[in-house]
Ligand binder design. Structure first.
Ligand SMILES: *Cc1c(COP(=O)(O)O)cnc(C)c1O
Length: 253
């Protein structure tokens, strides 16, 4: 068996497993929560184009990337353009103002999950209007720093309403989709429900009450390889899963 075939089997297997686990977690989810079927975003950062194509061929459409340059390159890769015509890219990394045009120029860009300031929202709104006049609005999520760690991006939970209101009122080219958090890594679930996930769910409740939004239409993007099932039980409607689909990434640095 060639190496390529082995990889293909692995990715199909990984994806199928994750989708089965998602379904099982949905069944365990509290009935008071909006019963939205979670969207799987396959996080392909650092992983090569052929693996993305394999996942696409196995039926996956939503992919997540953290780095603007990497996403921009992958999005214009001739193989991706040729074989993944319906790919939907989610940008899930920190976005600097000077990289906005590069990001927005990426074909297949579907959502920016990491809007964390009015300035970034305004710049995205302005540039999207300029670049993509003829197209639909750009989907965005507001990133919330639920763990309060200084190294994490996102607005404080108490500031979320203000930023969401700003997007709704002042950014006509942006479509507000929901709230996203990363949260602390390696939380031990035996200690009880992950406080970051509870905080994000509560934050949504408040934003919806303050701004009179339908809670069923405001997404919660939370949960990664180690905890996506737990996140779904607590109300995640989007999970961002990388290593259990594509294999472990080399440690940073
Ligand atoms: C890398 C990354 C993920 C996926 O992480 P895994 O542990 O590989 O599933 C999800 N969300 C964000 C923001 C990431 O940077």
């Amino acid at each position: 068996m060639s190496e390529g075939t082995e990889q293909e089997v692995d990715i199909m297997f990984g994806l199928k497993n994750v989708l089965t686990q998602i379904e099982a977690a949905v069944a365990r989810r509290s009935k008071d929560l909006p019963q939205v079927t979670p969207q799987l975003v396959a996080v392909s950062k650092i992983k090569p184009v052929p693996l993305i194509i394999q996942a696409y061929d196995a039926g996956q459409r939503h992919f997540g990337e953290n780095y603007v340059n990497e996403m921009a390159e992958k999005s214009i890769d001739p193989q991706i353009l040729d074989k993944c015509k319906d790919i939907k890219w989610h940008f899930i990394g920190h976005l600097q103002t000077n990289k906005i045009n590069k990001l927005l120029g990426s074909p297949g860009l579907y959502m920016v999950e990491t809007v964390d300031s009015e300035k970034l929202a305004d710049n995205l709104n302005k540039q999207w209007t300029k670049l993509r006049k003829e197209e639909n609005k750009l989907n965005v999520m507001v990133q919330v720093n639920t763990s309060g760690e200084e190294a994490k991006n996102g607005v404080a939970p108490a500031e979320a309403t203000k930023l969401v209101e700003h997007v709704l009122k002042n950014c006509p080219s942006l479509e507000f989709n929901g709230l996203m958090t990363i949260g602390q890594y390696d939380y031990d679930v035996s200690q009880g429900p992950n406080p970051d996930f509870l905080t994000l769910a509560k934050c949504r409740q408040e934003v919806c009450e303050n701004l009179n939004l339908d809670i069923n239409k405001v997404e919660l993007s939370m949960g990664m390889s180690s905890d996506f099932e737990h996140a779904i039980e607590l109300g995640a409607t989007t999970v961002r899963v990388g290593s259990v689909i594509f294999g472990a990434r080399p440690p940073k640095n």
